[in-house]
Design a protein. Structure first.
Length: 394
């Protein structure tokens, strides 16, 4: 049988590791059957019948995606047209992949005495911590996992899952997710660093593999896990230049479930390059600034940017109990996630605009924007301005 290369959009990191998703043509392994997401009519929701239908057309099932009433499959090209002609099938999307933008990284450092990273200081998180440390707010990090034994994170890690391989844990085999985790909630102790909210509950949702790449279907399963486990905020330090309907549908359903969604804007360093999912209206899009309060040269910007946060030379936790400084909108995003969690931990007040006694995603976003610091940059660069933890929790 003749081998063919399949064109697949890919997702990549958004740091020197931002994890970004781009809409490029695949450098993906050539396959005879390509990975697809088969989306069904609403009324056709029986999983057994869905699986039987795709199998009858020669597809091999990867996993059901209940959140969007779909099944991820390996599908022979010649079967796609026939499957698409079935009345039960709405659409067949690409199962896009995620890749790390790997740049040379400094060597990790062993445990130093605790310091206050400049980004935490700049957004006045240490001042906000006299009001709240974000105790028990549930934050999911959809990433490469978290170093589950890291001494500066251990006390705050309350759960983990691996949607790539259900038999494995959410332990980090890359380092990117662990770095994000430390920015959000490194423990306030004598070692390393301190996070935005050192009492936040962290959940490792491993959707990206060791090399920083993963499939959209694994990310969608991660959203489903977040809803079922009542996550309150989701960190997405990844993105794509290409739109994908299954991706947006999964985002919309997660947002509708009341989850605050925050994503890195992207590391494309140019105007009108904000990546998906940051570009979707349900998601808070975060650009990166440096210690000079200027937009980082690598940061994507455009009208979809909602807020800015520190993203240059950010020191945080790394795999195997280590620490590292990294650059990227991947690092800016968790600053905003941490502040969103602090906001959720404060008493409801004037910003509970619908009076339901809880903070919904739009209420949290409004609060973050209303209390942001104007840096004098364009709105395409800074959105509402720099996120300010001290003002957001007042
Ligand atoms: Ca610490």
């Amino acid at each position: 049988m003749k081998k063919k290369t399949v064109a697949i959009a890919k997702l990549v990191f958004l740091c020197s590791l931002f994890i970004g998703i781009s809409g490029g043509i695949g450098d993906v392994q050539a396959q005879e059957a390509s990975r697809k997401i088969v989306v069904f009519e609403k009324a056709f929701s029986d999983r057994g019948r869905q699986i039987a239908l795709v199998k009858s057309q020669g597809a091999q099932v990867i996993k059901p995606l209940a959140l969007i009433n779909a099944v991820a499959v390996f599908l022979p090209e010649q079967a796609e047209k026939a499957l698409l002609s079935k009345a039960e099938v709405v659409r067949i999307d690409e199962d896009i992949i995620v890749n790390a933008i790997a740049k040379p990284q400094p060597q990790p450092q062993p445990q130093p005495a605790q310091e206050l990273p400049w980004g935490i200081d700049r957004i006045n998180a240490e001042i906000a911590q006299s009001t709240t440390g974000g105790l028990a707010v549930k934050v999911a990090i959809l990433d490469t996992g978290i170093d589950l034994d890291h001494p500066d994170l251990l006390n705050n890690i309350k759960g983990n899952v691996n949607t790539i391989s259900s038999r494995r844990s959410g332990n980090d085999d890359n380092g990117h997710g662990t770095h994000v985790a430390g920015i959000i909630a490194a423990v306030d102790n004598s070692i390393g660093v301190v996070g935005v909210g050192p009492e936040i509950y962290l959940y490792a949702v491993k959707v990206l593999g060791k090399n920083g790449s993963g499939w959209l279907s694994d990310i969608i399963e991660g959203f489903d896990w977040c809803i079922n486990n009542k996550m309150q905020v989701v960190n997405m330090s990844f993105g794509s230049s290409g739109d994908n309907q299954s991706f947006h549908d999964a985002i919309s359903k997660t947002y509708a479930a009341g989850v605050v969604l925050v994503a890195a804007a992207g590391n494309d360093g140019a105007a009108n390059t904000v990546n998906y999912p940051a570009k979707y209206p349900e998601v808070i899009a975060v650009s990166a600034i440096g210690q000079d309060d200027k937009l980082a040269g690598f940061s994507s910007f455009g009208p979809e940017v909602d807020i800015a946060a520190p993203g240059v030379t950010i020191k945080s936790t790394y795999n195997d109990g280590y620490y590292k400084s990294l650059n990227g909108t991947s690092m800016a995003c968790p600053h905003v996630v941490g502040v969103a969690a602090l906001v959720l931990s404060t008493a409801v007040g004037a910003y509970d605009t619908d009076g339901d006694g809880a903070w919904g995603p739009s209420e949290v976003k409004n609060k973050l924007e209303a209390t942001a610091e104007n840096l004098g940059l364009s709105s395409n660069e800074q959105g509402a301005g720099l996120v300010r933890a001290d003002l957001a929790v007042q």
